[in-house]
Design a protein around this ligand. Structure first.
Ligand SMILES: *Cc1c(COP(=O)(O)O)cnc(C)c1O
Length: 368
C-alpha cells in the first residue's frame, strides 16, 4: 500500500462534478481576466477569515511583494523575518530592493522568536514578516507589541495557515496585511498558481487592488507603477467551490494530527508538534522531529510512504544570500530544525489504514 505525502487526486474525485461545472461556467462566459468569480471569491474569503478586505493576486509570493510595495518598502530598508520558511518570504523583501534581516526561531513552534527581534531592529527597519509556519500562528501579541513600539508594519505570511487562529483572531487579520497562497499543495489549493492578500485598511486595499493591475484605477491611466498580478478567474471559480469544504478538510487534518500525537506520545525519539494554548493549528504540514530523522526518512521512503523536508537549508545559508554575511552557527535553532524535522502525510483524505502504516514504519525505523 502506497501512502503519498499528499493525494490531490483523492480530493478532486470527491468534488469533480462541482469543479467541472464551475470551470465550464467560466469557459462558456470567456471571462478569464477579472471576471465576476474573482470578486465573489474575494468576498467569501474575506468573510471566511473575518477580514475587511481581500484582494486576489497571482500567487502567495506576489501577495508578499505587493504588500511590501504598498508600504513603500525599498532600497536601504530592512525587513525582519525568519530564515526557516519557504524562500518567497525573504525573496520578496529582496525583490523590492530591501534587506532581509533574519531572526532565529522558537524551537518548539518553529516560528520567529519574538524575544530575539528587538536586538535586530535598526533605524532602517520598516517591517516585520512573521510566518505562521506549517499552519500555526507565530506569537502575534509580542510581535504586534514590538511593531507598535518601534512603528513598524507587520505583514503576516499566512501562506500555510488559512483558517488558523491566535487568541481567537484569524491568521491574516492581525497585521497590516495577510498573505495567502493557493499553490496546489496548500490547505486551500487551486489548479495552478494563485494567492490572496487581506487587510483591514481601506487605503491599503485600494492601493494593492491597483498595484495588481499595473497601478491603474482606470484602464490606461496609471497612478503608480504596479505589476501584472491578477488572480486568474478560472482559479477563482475553482476556489469558490473548494472554500466550502475547507473547514471539513481542516477538521480531518486535525483529527489525523491527534492520532499521530497519541501514537508517538510514548516514543521518546519522536517529538510531535508543540501547539501553544492560544493557537488553533491547521496542519498544512505535520512535522515530526527526531535526531534519528534520516533513519526514519529512509525507512518511510523504502516502504512507499511519502515524506519531505521543509526546509533542508535555512535561508541565511542559501547561496544567493551569501552577500548578507551569515555563517553556520549564527541562527542555531533554525539550523537544528532543518536537520531534525520531517513532514509526514496529514492530508484530509488519508485513510485509517494508511495512517497506521505511517505510524508503524516510523516507529519500527527506530528499532533498527
Ligand atoms: C507557499 C508559500 C509562499 C509562496 O506562495 P506561492 O503561491 O507559491 O507563491 C510563501 N510563503 C510561505 C511560507 C509558503 O509556504
Amino acid at each position: 500500500m502506497k501512502v503519498p505525502l499528499l493525494d490531490l487526486n483523492a480530493q478532486y474525485q470527491s468534488i469533480s462534478k462541482e469543479i467541472k461545472a464551475a470551470i465550464d461556467e467560466v469557459v462558456t462566459s470567456q471571462r478569464f481576466i477579472m471576471g465576476p468569480q474573482v470578486g465573489e471569491l474575494e468576498k467569501r474569503f474575506a468573510d471566511y477569515i473575518n477580514s475587511k478586505y481581500a484582494v486576489g493576486v497571482a500567487s502567495g509570493t506576489d501577495a508578499l511583494l505587493l504588500s511590501l510595495m504598498a508600504l513603500g518598502v525599498g532600497h536601504g530598508d530592512e525587513v525582519i523575518t525568519t530564515p526557516y520558511t519557504f524562500f518567497a518570504t525573504a525573496g520578496s523583501i529582496s525583490r523590492v530592493g530591501a534587506k532581509p534581516v533574519f531572526v532565529d526561531i522558537d524551537p518548539n513552534t518553529y516560528n520567529i522568536d519574538p524575544a530575539l527581534i528587538e536586538a535586530k531592529i535598526s533605524s532602517n527597519t520598516k517591517a516585520i514578516i512573521p510566518v505562521h509556519l506549517y499552519g500555526q500562528c507565530a506569537s502575534m501579541d509580542s510581535i504586534l507589541g514590538i511593531a507598535s513600539k518601534h512603528n513598524l508594519a507587520v505583514i503576516e505570511d499566512a501562506c500555510q495557515s488559512v483558517g488558523a487562529t491566535y487568541n481567537g483572531r484569524p491568521a491574516g487579520t492581525m497585521g497590516d496585511f495577510g498573505c495567502f497562497s493557493f499553490f496546489p499543495s496548500k490547505n486551500l489549493g487551486c489548479f495552478g498558481d494563485g494567492g490572496m492578500l487581506t487587510t483591514n485598511d481601506e487605503q491599503y486595499a485600494e492601493k494593492t487592488s491597483k498595484l495588481r493591475v499595473h497601478g491603474c484605477s482606470q484602464k490606461y491611466f496609471h497612478d503608480m507603477i504596479g505589476a501584472n498580478s491578477r488572480l486568474d478567474n478560472l482559479q477563482a471559480a475553482i476556489l469558490i467551490v473548494k472554500l466550502k469544504y475547507l473547514e471539513d478538510w481542516t477538521n480531518a487534518r486535525r483529527s489525523h494530527a491527534k492520532k499521530y500525537n497519541e501514537a508517538f506520545s510514548s516514543i521518546s525519539e519522536i517529538i510531535t508538534p508543540v501547539v501553544t494554548d492560544n493557537t488553533n493549528h491547521v496542519y498544512n504540514q505535520y512535522m515530526i522531529r527526531s535526531n534519528k530523522r534520516d533513519a526514519i526518512m529512509d525507512s518511510l521512503k523504502k516502504n512507499d510512504v511519502g515524506c519531505a523536508l521543509y526546509y533542508p537549508l535555512p535561508l541565511h545559508l542559501q547561496e544567493c544570500y551569501k552577500f548578507l554575511g551569515y555563517k553556520e552557527g549564527d541562527l542555531p535553532e533554525s539550523e537544528a530544525a532543518a536537520k531534525e524535522t520531517l513532514s509526514i502525510p496529514v492530508y484530509p483524505e488519508l485513510t485509517e489504514e494508511q495512517q497506521n502504516k505511517v505510524i508503524d514504519v516510523a516507529i519500527n525505523a527506530l528499532k533498527q
